[in-house]
Ligand binder design. Structure first.
Ligand code: GAR
Length: 193
């Protein structure tokens, strides 16, 4: 059984969608670790409810990013993780983690990249007046919301309410993330055969 890790910083609805899909077989993998950089975030409770081991840390209690990323790498290695899924982990991945797991870290972002990178993608897109929104899943490199695109899904919305775009987008995110993770697993299995 493949082992995956999910990283999150907040609510964790994508984490929970992935956890449920692993439990009911839509994803042929086990969530072996949840990593969170915000002690007390809702995702922590979700992990506990699903019985998923969690590493929750406060970046400020480490001397440097390299220090906490070394600890993350040790925990990913110990758990036998082969794919890292960033799901609202609002932190750039540094060289320590990237070098150890390059090509095995993916991220979900609430815009049609390369448009509207950053933490306020939906708000920025609404302010710009776009009429077609979307979700992107991509491999992670050292740049903000950069790296090769794996999957995208668009949806039309002509209003001006960011909360509504978030709501519509999250329905798509949960589905697209599950499908994409399973596709990556299928591809890695067929490469091994
Ligand atoms: C998701 O909408 C995800 O696309 C976004 O954070 C949200 C987390 O929601 N990620 C980014 O903006 C990355 N740049 P969740 O905690 O409910 O899964």
């Amino acid at each position: 059984m493949k082992k995956i890790a999910v990283f999150a910083s907040g609510t964790g609805t994508n984490f929970e969608a992935i956890a449920k899909a692993c439990e009911d077989g839509r994803i042929a993998a086990q969530v072996a670790l949840m990593v969170c950089d915000k002690p007390g975030a809702e995702v922590e409770h979700r992990a506990r409810r699903h019985g998923i081991p969690a590493f929750v840390f406060s970046p400020r209690s480490y001397a440097s990013k390299a220090d906490f990323e070394r600890e993350i790498v040790a925990r990913l290695d110990a758990a036998g993780v082969s794919l890292v899924c960033l799901a609202g982990y609002m932190r750039l991945i540094g060289p320590t983690l990237l070098d150890a797991y390059r090509g095995r870290i993916i991220n979900i972002h609430p815009s049609l990249l390369p448009a509207f990178k950053g933490a306020h993608a939906v708000e920025d897109a609404v302010a710009y007046g776009v009429k077609v929104f979307g979700i992107t899943i991509h491999y992670v490199d050292e740049t903000l919301d950069g790296g090769p695109i794996i999957a995208q899904r668009a949806f039309p919305y002509e209003g001006s309410d960011p909360a509504e775009v978030h709501r519509l987008g999250q329905i798509i995110e949960h589905q697209l993330y599950i499908e994409t993770i399973q596709k990556i697993i299928d591809e890695s299995i067929s490469k091994c055969q």
